[in-house]
Design a protein around this ligand. Structure first.
Ligand SMILES: [Zn+2]
Length: 449
């Protein structure tokens, strides 16, 4: 049996007036997904557990079959894995942003002008990180250059990362940093790095060049996203499957590697609307031909459009995923006697909010040769009996609270007359009746375990 997951990052949204009360997913022309939704099983799944941050890291961990409440240890260690940086059991990784702070002195008086240092280029950042590592690095602290403003610091044999209280810099735009500086046990070490980096970087030639060109300087590092390397049971151990992750994004590649999957390097994938959609599908099929059993295709483009607030781009991204990823994958899967495909999103990225929400997302699962299922049947059976019997009650309870929750966001589209009942959309998936509160169990279900 061959399995393919197609994940459109941030696809779900709210009904929009411009679209006659439809969501982008409802409005977009998506005949392939609609057919799968009609012939397979459809439902809603909560990928971000209540009380956890609505990040792609948490959501994709769920979707890959790992309970974030148990396995999530922070963003940075996942990125470190994708960057090829080895982390020992007691090493603590930190995201090391290059940021732009305002000019006030002393350090505490500054405000966060830009969490991305004017989206500094990777070559410029590489020069800066190399100099920072030369100046501040030693046997205990190492700095590694990543992409643009996103870098890494590792504290070898570091202290318990859960004792730190660190703040993501994109959450404090234009705010005085005094209240958001590192806190908690051992945090003074981190604060000292940040302060000293300020003095060091104000003299750095890259920043002098940037200022001369009217660009924002990378005049401080900002440490956050702390954590130790999570230990995930591999897909091989869990499911007996060999697989590959296909994504432009380090975070997703890192998750895949941690799960014992291969991370494909693909030229032409960019994480934007200009990505090589079809290239991802063709690579997935090649991996299957070469003996892999499981492929996870992640497409960042709809999320990016959501953050930028670009409606047309978001619709286009969804249509491209339908035609060039789902369509191509389905065509190729016909060469295999048995296959399953799951299409879903990780979290909504509503255009009106331009950021993620933690609301449940639609999914659909199609397996060739399987009898057409009434949506309700699948999960009900799955949740009853055996050692998992206790979940039956949790399932029902949370379904009630979910119905309460989603009124806010999805109300207009879910009540009253339904238009595209048979399409792949938030409305149809909600009406379908399947709802899974524990998102990390969806993978078990998809893989029939
Ligand atoms: Zn996003």
């Amino acid at each position: 049996m061959k399995y393919v997951v197609v994940l459109g990052d941030g696809m779900p949204d709210y009904p929009l007036e411009e679209l006659g009360g439809k969501t982008p997913l409802e409005y977009a022309h998506t005949p392939k997904m609609d057919k799968l939704a009609k012939q397979g099983e459809i439902g809603m799944v909560r990928t971000v557990p209540q009380g956890m941050p609505a990040g792609s890291d948490v959501a994709n961990l769920s979707i890959m079959g790992y309970d974030p409440a148990r396995y999530y240890t922070g963003r940075s260690p996942i990125e470190a894995v994708a960057m090829g940086v080895e982390l020992a059991e007691d090493d603590v990784a930190f995201r090391c942003n290059l940021v732009t702070l305002s000019d006030e002195e002393p350090y505490q008086k500054k405000t966060m002008t830009d969490y991305s240092a004017g989206e500094i280029s990777t070559p410029e950042a590489g020069r800066i990180l190399a100099d920072i590592d030369r100046r501040f690095g030693n046997d205990i602290f190492n700095f590694f250059a990543g992409i643009s403003y996103r870098h890494l610091m590792v504290w070898r044999n570091g202290p318990d990362p859960t004792k730190f209280k660190l703040t993501p810099p994109h959450d404090i735009a234009e705010k005085n940093i005094a209240f958001y500086l590192p806190q908690g046990k051992n945090s003074e070490v981190l604060l000292e790095f940040m302060e000293k980096s300020g003095a060091f970087l104000s003299e750095h030639p890259v920043n002098k060049e940037r200022l001369a060109r009217g660009l924002r300087p990378a005049n401080s590092i900002w440490l956050w996203g702390e954590g130790k390397k999570p230990r995930l049971d591999s897909f091989r151990e869990k499911y007996g499957l060999e697989g590959t992750v296909i994504s432009a994004v380090d975070l997703i590649k890192g998750l895949g590697i941690l799960a014992g999957l291969e991370a494909a390097d693909l030229p032409g994938v960019t994480g934007t609307i200009n990505t090589d959609f079809k290239g991802k599908a063709l690579r997935a099929l090649k991996e299957l031909q070469d003996g892999k059993d499981f492929i996870f295709i992640h497409v960042e483009a709809p999320d990016e459009a959501g953050h930028q607030g670009e409606l047309e781009t978001k619709i286009k991204a969804i249509e491209e995923i339908d035609a060039k990823v789902v369509g191509e994958v389905l065509r190729g899967l016909e060469d295999f006697p048995e296959y399953g495909i799951m299409v879903l999103a990780d979290h909504p990225t509503p255009l009106s909010l331009r950021t993620h929400t933690a609301e449940p997302v639609p999914f659909c699962i199609y397996k060739n040769g399987a009898p057409e299922k009434k949506p309700q049947a699948g999960f009900q059976k799955y949740f009853q009996g055996g050692s998992r019997g206790k979940n039956q009650s949790g399932f029902q309870r949370s379904w009630g609270s979910f119905q309460g929750n989603h009124r806010n966001g999805f109300q207009t589209s879910f009540q009253g007359e339904r238009r595209d009942r048979d399409g792949f959309s938030e409305a149809f998936a909600s009406a379908g009746g399947i709802y899974l509160e524990e998102g990390y169990r969806l993978m078990d279900y998809f893989l029939g375990r």
